[in-house]
Design a protein around this ligand. Structure first.
Ligand SMILES: O=C(O)CCC(=O)C(=O)O
Length: 289
């Protein structure tokens, strides 16, 4: 289990410091701040509507709800998820890890329904992502309590440290969320730790961290909203093959809109592609926020 530091609700005061030494050592840390209760309630309301609007998509694979055409919901709902993904107190945490120049490039709701929520095979996120050099901090926000019983995230502490990707093999199955699984010799499952989070808590993890989660066989739903941020010193590479599938869901990485949400772009990123008219007032740059 991850040692949980005392958690306070986010306020406008100075941003709480995360234990960077622990993040660098383990590759994952529980944030020392939780969502204010009112925000958590709003997010859970948004989740209910998202699940209703996107009932034909696997609830573990609701990719990029912050993008109007990412899942099936109105642009107004996407803007709300965008607002969640750009909360200043979350960016304050991310800034401590990846520095002041921050690009929001992805998000996903992983909602495992009670009794039948699917497994996430052991993987490294970087295996899937077109970011050069590869760098991302993912913030996993618990919308429900996430415990071993309902399939909380698990991770191999320190497995990110070499900064390299290990071989993955095809392991697609209908009861799994991702199609690839890391080869067994890359890690020792006995060293795995549970990322236990109460609703409103968040953890941050590194792009090279080996992690996954078991199926949810419990009577309790387990929903999380994960937001992906890269330092603007990296480039989002749009030359990757256009369509990949994740549990039968197609999504385009090459046409995905990305946003500079803090600081300055230092890598010549393309913040125009994918920002169609349907994005309405959603800004492309932090100056517009
Ligand atoms: O929610 C889960 O169980 C897995 C999440 C995950 O793989 C990720 O956020 O990178």
């Amino acid at each position: 289990m991850v040692p949980v530091a005392p958690v306070s609700a986010a306020t406008a005061a100075a941003p709480p410091r995360i234990d960077l030494d622990m993040y660098r050592r383990d590759g994952l840390i529980v944030a020392p701040v939780a969502l204010p209760g009112t925000l958590l309630d709003r997010m859970r309301g948004s989740l209910d509507r998202l699940l209703e609007n996107s009932a034909d998509i696997a609830p573990e694979s609701l990719i990029c709800p912050h993008i109007p055409n990412g899942v099936r919901h109105p642009a107004s709902e996407a803007r709300t998820w965008f607002e969640y993904a750009t909360q200043p107190f979350i960016l304050d945490l991310v800034e401590q890890v990846i520095g002041p120049d921050i690009v929001l490039w992805g998000s996903q709701v992983f909602c495992k329904p009670a009794r039948k929520g699917r497994e996430v095979p052991w993987h490294q996120d970087g295996e899937y992502w077109p970011i050069r050099p590869l760098a991302t901090c993912s913030v996993w926000i618990a919308l429900d309590d996430a415990t071993p019983e309902n399939g909380c995230m698990r991770f191999i502490p320190g497995s990110h440290a070499a900064g390299s990707l290990y071989a993955h093999h095809d392991a697609a199955r209908p009861d799994r969320v991702l199609g690839l699984e890391i080869d067994a010799q890359a890690y020792d499952v006995h060293t795995a730790r549970d990322d236990v989070l109460m609703a409103g808590q968040m953890s941050l993890h590194d792009v090279f961290l080996i992690h996954g989660s078991a199926a949810n066989r419990s009577e309790r739903r387990r929903a999380g909203f994960v937001v992906r941020y890269m330092p603007a010193t990296s480039r989002y590479d749009r030359s990757v093959p256009d369509s990949q599938t994740q549990a039968g869901v197609s999504f385009s990485l090459s046409r995905r809109p990305i946003w500079l949400v803090r600081g300055v772009d230092r890598a010549g990123n393309d913040f125009v592609t994918g920002h169609g008219a349907d994005f309405g007032l959603v800004p492309r740059h932090s100056d517009d926020l």
